[in-house]
Design a protein around this ligand. Structure first.
Ligand code: FAD
Length: 467
């Protein structure tokens, strides 16, 4: 059918939110023959991921990679002039990338069995939505089944409002300009990715993180590979330090920092990017008018098919819990769509990869060493530093590590982690190995192409069988 602004009175399956969860569920359900109505305020589907998340951040990180590699090429005898950055063109290119992807999805929602409604939906009760179109007109929509995929939004520091100088990830990705100095509040993956992009574009970037290390939750040996490089890229990385105050002034932001001893200091930055986490979009959804339940963190409680406490209402993606990642939303979307179509389906992944797209990248799946320690799980670990590996030398990048975590009895692979350029691509092999219940021997016996970084996975498996 088509994209439309009028609000249908009936829906067989309504999907609220057209991010990676919502649009993937819509396409799958339509393919399975269900009549689908997809509701989202944006002109085209895409959600946070395509409009203001995964895709624009990776586009900017690609620009960063070009700038940095050109700068480092002098070490191997190729010298480029210092880059001239045309911010308007960079922004336009990033927007073109977004436009191509979301435009493609916009065309796809005109397929048979699909109706795309631009608007915001709210539950009046467990069988009726009130939809407010972007023109302000409202209408009730009775539905048989619903999939809630309203995603998440950035958290702000208490009492602080975003503005011209205090921005969140959405503001940073808009790339209004390249500030001389930027403070990133929060050393998680979003802050480090965006901080890296701005540093390459020319900002003096500092990071402040409340806990003792960057990327809380990630194994420290992986983080230290990244930190060594970020220490050169960033002006300062202030750990165990809190932001006690932020005040937007005419030309700068006055930041009060408090270290672990309680001592305060004041610094000024042109811009402050607050990236301290994300919170699920459950407010203003009228969920209280339905039996749907939330957990203590504000996520919708779901079962293995992503059904909520009201079995005809499903929830997927960021709103349905950690990890808040697009590929987790896609996987849940397919399960929920199949379950809505009456097919047997369950969400039960062995491993969900996590990738930090910094330089070097960090990627892992399955059990981490940190989790094994905390949960007192006995594991055998092999770690291969990338120094001296053929492919890493030919790339001029020996700053990496590949790690395998296996069960000491069965040698079944429990976790895989990689820090180094290309880690995000390499981890897919680890995910497949885990889904196939591979043992270390399988990885060791698999012939890997030479010379590639993937050989580090096989070589790490090999280490488990030595002495
Ligand atoms: P979303 O993408 O958040 O989409 C929800 C949609 O619902 C939105 O379009 C919203 O407008 C709409 N909506 C909300 N309320 C209503 C309502 N009441 N009625 C109708 N529509 C509504 N993940 C990765 O896997 N890899 C990455 O590299 C990555 N990088 C990221 C970088 C940044 C800067 C950010 C912010 C996020 C990144 N993420 C990444 C996370 C990823 O974007 C999310 O996990 C993903 O978008 C979640 O998909 P979703 O479908 O749950 O919701």
């Amino acid at each position: 059918m088509s994209a439309q602004n009028s609000i249908p009175e009936q829906a067989r399956l309504v999907i609220i939110g057209a991010g990676p969860g919502g649009y993937a569920a819509a396409f799958k359900a339509a393919e399975l023959g269900l009549e689908v109505t997809l509701v989202d305020p944006e002109a085209n589907p895409g959600g946070v991921c395509l409009h203001r998340g995964c895709i624009p951040s990776k586009a900017l990180l690609h620009v960063a990679k070009l700038v940095e590699e050109a700068g480092e090429a002098a070490d191997i005898g190729v010298t480029f002039a210092a880059p001239t950055i045309d911010v308007d063109r960079v922004r336009a290119w990033k927007d073109e990338v977004i436009g191509k992807l979301t435009g493609g999805l916009g065309t796809k929602v005109t397929q048979e069995n699909l109706t795309y409604v631009r608007g915001m939906a709210r539950f009046k009760d467990a069988k009726t939505l009130e939809v407010t179109g972007i023109d302000g007109a409202t209408g009730d929509m009775a539905f048989e089944q619903a999939i809630v995929a309203t995603g998440s939004r950035p958290m702000m520091l208490p009492g602080v409002e975003s503005g011209d100088r205090i921005i969140d990830s959405t503001g940073a990705l808009a790339l209004a300009d390249v500030p001389d100095s930027l403070l990133v509040v929060g050393g998680g993956y979003i802050g480090l990715e965006l901080g890296s992009a701005y540093a390459a574009l020319g900002s003096k970037v500092s990071v402040v993180e409340m806990t003792q290390g960057l990327l809380p939750g990630c194994d420290r040996d992986l983080v230290s590979v990244l930190k060594r490089r970020l220490d050169h890229k960033f002006e300062a990385i202030m750990l165990s330090t809190k932001v006690a105050g932020l005040k937007e002034q005419k030309k700068t932001v006055k930041v009060t920092l408090e270290d672990k001893k309680g001592q305060t200091s004041e610094l000024r930055f042109d811009r402050v990017l607050v990236s301290i986490g994300r919170r699920p979009n459950t407010g203003n959804l009228g969920l209280e008018n339905t039996p749907v339940e939330l957990d203590d963190h504000g996520f919708v409680k779901v079962d293995g098919q992503r059904r909520t406490a009201a079995p005809h209402i499903f929830a997927i993606g960021d709103i349905a819990g950690e990890p808040m990642l697009a590929h987790k939303a896609y996987a849940e979307a397919h399960v929920a769509a199949e379950a809505a179509a009456g097919r047997p389906a369950v969400y039960d992944p062995r491993a969900i990869p996590a990738v930090v797209f910094t330089d070097p990248e960090i990627a892992w799946c399955g059990l981490t060493e940190t989790e094994a320690r905390a949960q007192k799980i006995k594991v055998k670990t092999a770690k291969l530093p990338w120094r001296g590996v053929g492919r890493t030398l030919t790339l001029g990048r020996e700053d990496g590590i590949t790690k395998l975590i296996v069960d000491p009895e069965s040698e079944r692979i429990l976790g895989v982690a990689v820090a180094g350029p290309g880690a995000g691509e390499l981890i897919a092999e680890g995910v497949l190995a885990m889904e196939m219940a591979a043992v270390a021997e399988d990885l060791r016996k698999t012939i890997h192409p030479h010379p590639t970084l993937s050989e580090t996975l096989y070589e790490t498996a090999e280490m488990l069988f030595k002495g």
